[in-house]
Design a protein around this ligand. Structure first.
Ligand code: EPU
Length: 451
């Protein structure tokens, strides 16, 4: 197999401190938003991950000059010369990320047309884009699906509309926001997603001059404006990465402080973490004063010793338990006494990774039924989307192939928790969403090496 492999000598608790930067699922969208401004934008704390590289490449192709700012992790976007790119150039990025779909609205506003390559992203089910395309058509765009990708145009401009999402999709909500802010008239979006990353994107757009009201009951109203300017923004920290390290601390019986982690965005995770028997302490930011340097805020997560307890949880849209928290936490649940139940209600096929955990000694059964929670869209539709985890199980080393980003991180945690030496193939996929994860593992005392 490839040399994209990490050798993991497991069985050592992770101990130490790491820092998370801007949330992958906000940063990439804020970068797209920079296209809408007529003056430069400045984004701080941008992690060095593959999704950022892809968006940077696409912005560059469309004439946005992207440069590194003075601060580490700062990017500056100059949209003064936005221009069309050829389909061949754009197609270099085909299959590399899902973010390109969000270029539709901004490119239509700036150029009157857009070409979107085949999307990539994690293989966690079919991941259709029907809501996106339906919304864009409602705004007045024409969408031409061709073998090489999507061609869009807006011969009569884009106009505000009333639209209700069949499901509160994060991406489709962002699509509507990025399109409605400069569409003529008012847009009302019902059944919108309201994840913290979306609220942060709304903050970015508001800084640019947009008028966006978030009403109760997931209704967002956007009043289109003819012009937006650049923004300066420090993004919310990555709550998925923070939870992943927390789960790693729990599964390895360790102690990890995640600087930058924010309690408010992780409340649901923290409740489950505590129910399982993990402990945490929130350390609030203390600004510098009287000559002392102050202290960065974060959350310390640890395994207090003894046995973990089983839980029942279901993934959901915000403020529910995030689907991306599920995979890392399940590894820790293999160490909990009794039966834990996980009902995945956001994606229909996001439990396939549990097979690899079973080869390591875990005892996880997956079911088609909606177990332990309210019936969801996937019930009686032949999707194995509920898991029962019987524990505690002693995990042993294995050779693993990483299937997608979050499942990949869970494989890594399992290898770290297991006795013996595992080989984890395809680890470069983890760089899509976890900045410098190998350096962080080293900081936490993990015994890992590239062969
Ligand atoms: N859906 C449709 N049609 C659409 C769009 C979505 O049926 O047009 C369905 C999806 O198939 C899925 C559900 O709606 O069953 C939710 O999908 P959503 O659109 O909310 O997901 P997304 O925007 O594609 C983002 C994150 C994911 C995260 C989900 C849910 C980014 C780049 N990705 O995806 O993050 O799991 O929201 O919170 O923001 C990850 O970071 O590893 C990741 C997969």
């Amino acid at each position: 197999m490839t040399d994209d492999v990490l050798v993991v000598h497991g069985g050592t608790p992770l101990e130490g401190r790491i820092r998370v930067r801007g949330a992958k699922n906000l940063v990439s969208k804020a970068m797209v938003a920079a296209l809408l401004g007529d003056t430069p934008s400045r984004l701080f704390d941008v992690p060095n991950i593959r999704d950022v590289e892809v968006v940077r490449g696409l912005l560059g192709l469309h004439g946005v000059k992207v440069t590194d700012g003075e601060e580490e992790g700062e990017l500056v976007f100059d949209p003064a010369n936005v221009e069309s790119a050829s389909t061949d150039q754009i197609n270099v990025h085909a299959g590399s990320s899902r973010i390109p779909i969000l270029f539709c609205g901004p490119l239509l506003h700036r150029l009157g047309h857009a070409f979107i390559p085949d999307l990539g992203g994690c293989h966690i089910g079919p991941r259709p884009i029907d809501f996106h395309l339906q919304a864009l058509r409602e705004f007045g765009a024409t969408v031409d699906k061709r073998p090489e990708g999507l061609h869009l145009s807006a011969p009569n401009g884009l106009h505000g509309t009333k639209f209700s999402l069949p499901y509160p999709s994060v991406g489709a909500t962002e699509q509507v926001l990025l399109t409605a802010v400069m569409a003529e008239g008012v847009t009302e979006l019902r059944n919108a997603a309201v994840e913290p990353e979306i609220i942060d994107l709304i903050c970015v757009l508001q800084k640019m001059g947009a008028i966006i009201k978030v009403h109760t009951d997931r209704v967002i109203e956007i009043q289109g404006v003819p012009k937006l300017h650049g923004y300066t923004h420090r993004p919310i920290p990555d709550r998925i990465e923070a939870a992943s390290w927390a789960a790693a601390a729990l599964a390895t019986r360790g102690h990890v402080e995640v600087l930058g982690a924010q309690q408010a965005d992780m409340m649901t995770f923290l409740n489950i973490f505590r129910s399982v028997g993990g402990e945490y302490e929130v350390t609030d930011l203390r600004p510098p004063r009287h000559g002392d340097a102050g202290q960065e805020g974060g959350i310390r997560f640890w395994h207090p010793g003894g046995e973990l307890k089983s839980v029942a949880l279901e993934t959901d849209v915000h403020p529910g338990f995030m689907t991306d928290w599920q995979q890392p936490l399940v590894v820790a649940l293999t160490q909990a006494r009794g039966l834990s139940i996980v009902h995945e209600t956001v994606y229909e096929q996001r439990l396939g990774y549990t097979e690899a955990l079973n080869t390591m000694g875990a005892n996880i059964q997956v079911y088609r039924d909606c177990l332990g929670g309210t019936p969801c869209r996937f019930g009686r539709r032949n999707f194995k989307h509920s898991a029962v985890i019987a524990g505690p199980s002693k995990l042993h080393a294995a050779d693993l192939v990483i299937p997608d980003l979050r499942a990949g991180f869970s494989h890594l945690i399992a290898a770290l928790a297991a006795e013996g030496t595992s080989r984890v193939y395809g680890v470069d996929l983890i760089n899509r969403g976890y900045e410098d994860f190998e350096a962080k593992l080293a900081d936490l005392g993990a015994h890992v090496e590239r062969p």
